[in-house]
Write a protein that binds this ligand. Structure first.
Ligand SMILES: O=P(O)(O)OC[C@H]1O[C@](O)(CO)[C@@H](O)[C@@H]1O
Length: 446
């Protein structure tokens, strides 16, 4: 079981020799990562996390998930970026994009604090009316404005509904072990806390309590996720690119980037992968996009986007390559019966599983786009389950770290994200930002 790299459709764009020529650079990136000598080397806790995770806390996560499912109809998960995307990706992939509408014995889950839309917030609040609610607030820094604002609202809701003591039993904090406003508040109020280790950055944190608590509440087997990640940790530890599919993927991206392909489109043929692609986008965008370098990560879900982006991909600016997630076995299949009258002329599709048709859509698309000048990388995933999810998370995390090192950037910082925050604080009148406020307002009114 594994994510397998298939480079068969790349022949028109790069040779195997070009890939193998990157072996020394890949080996150097591997050594920098494993010997912890590269940029950002104080953020490598994710590298051996599948082996060295805190087993005591893991058991507490499982217990808390059970408790949440007995005390709440709705779990509100508050977080943004890496404190949001992984959990949602896992739940939509492993359970369903329609998770909240499924017949199930686990709590509904709504994600807030990833935007400042008043309508979105009001809608979630109205969904909570008359229902038992628990809250998992997730913030590594404990100070990010969007989730902090949402937490203020839901803390208030819980305290009004259950009293301060009752609310305490329903608030679960995932944050730094010692620092930040959230940690201080949690200690003062006695909320149950889970830790994001100092050496695990937000976008590499899905296999910590950040992702695992909401994923466990959704009824997924988090032990199987960690086992899958551990399989990847072992399988992807060879420094030789020829033996390491993760490194083949990272090096191929880099080679295509050097040939002017500055956009990667992560493609899947199943909407359950949509949020997984959002997770991939944050991982690679914050890791690679700096120093005026990097591949712009984007995504598409086909067939849907074949009827919107498809035209551009086939015929527009030749700036992109595609990475196709070839999921060999869907979670469920559907048998297409023949119609006795063949009223729609579609009997040529009948008497087979719908997955076969989806597979042909993928092949047809790869051939068309390749013909149109878009290189196609294919990553094969045998099936969708917890084990494969864990494997895939680790695969992409490691591919991202190696990609960053090949590019010559620090894959573990995100200094660019601060710019909008400073402007936002200034424009909203946060004390200490008075000078910037005047300067920015002058620019707006021009
Ligand atoms: O968990 P925190 O500290 O609230 O940060 C949320 C997100 O904000 C960032 O720091 C910047 O986008 C991400 O790296 C992180 O995932």
């Amino acid at each position: 079981m594994a994510v397998t790299f298939n480079g068969n459709y790349l022949k028109d764009f790069m040779s195997e020799e070009e890939l193998w020529a990157l072996a020394p650079a890949v080996k150097a990136a591997h050594d920098a990562l494993h010997q912890k000598t590269g940029l950002g080397n104080d953020f490598l806790g994710w590298l051996d996390l599948p082996t060295n995770y805190d087993k005591e806390e893991f058991a507490r996560i499982q217990k808390a998930a059970e408790k949440i499912n007995t005390q709440a109809d709705v779990l509100i998960v508050i977080g943004i970026g890496g404190s949001y995307l992984g959990a949602r990706a896992a739940i939509e992939l492993l359970r369903s994009p329609f998770y909240n509408n499924l017949k199930k014995d686990t709590a509904d889950i709504y994600f807030v604090g990833n935007n400042v839309s008043p309508s979105y917030l009001q809608e979630v609040l109205s969904i909570c009316e008359g229902r038992d609610v628990a809250v998992n607030v997730i913030s590594k820094s404990g100070t990010t404005t969007e989730p902090a604002l949402a937490f203020r609202v839901f803390k208030n809701l819980l305290e009004k509904k259950y009293g301060e003591e009752g609310a305490k039993e329903r608030i679960y904090c995932t944050t730094d072990k010692a620092r930040g406003t959230l940690k201080e508040l949690a200690d003062k109020n006695g909320y149950e806390c889970f830790v994001i280790a100092d050496d695990v950055g937000g976008r590499y944190s899905v296999l910590t309590a950040v992702g695992l608590l909401p994923i466990a509440v959704a009824g997924c087997d988090i032990k199987a996720i960690m086992d899958g990640a551990k399989e990847a940790e072992n399988a992807l530890s060879d420094s030789n690119i020829e033996q390491n599919d993760c490194y083949k993927y990272a090096a191929t991206r880099f080679a295509l980037y050097q040939k002017g392909k500055g956009v990667e489109i992560m493609v899947s043929f199943d909407p359950c992968f949509g949020m997984m692609a959002e997770w991939y986008k944050q991982l690679f965008a914050e890791s690679e996009g700096k120093d005026n370098k990097g591949i712009y990560p984007s995504s598409a879900t086909f067939s849907t986007d074949l009827h919107s982006l498809g035209q551009f991909i086939q015929d527009g600016s030749r700036i992109m390559f595609e990475t196709f997630m070839d999921i060999k076995k869907p979670k469920q299949d559907f048998f297409i019966d023949a119609d006795p009258n063949n009223f729609d002329g579609l009997n040529f599709l009948s008497n087979q599983e719908m997955s076969k048709v989806n597979g042909k859509v993928m092949e047809a698309t790869i051939l068309a786009h390749t013909e149109g000048g878009v290189p196609s990388v294919v990553l094969e995933l045998p099936e969708i389950n917890e084990h494969e999810f864990g494997y895939m998370v680790y695969f992409f995390e490691k591919a991202c770290a190696i990609s960053g090192y090949l590019l010559g950037v620090n894959p573990f910082d995100q200094p660019g994200v601060e710019s909008y925050k400073k402007n936002m604080f200034a424009l909203l009148g946060k004390p200490g930002y008075e000078a910037q406020k005047a300067e920015l307002e002058a620019r707006i009114s021009k």
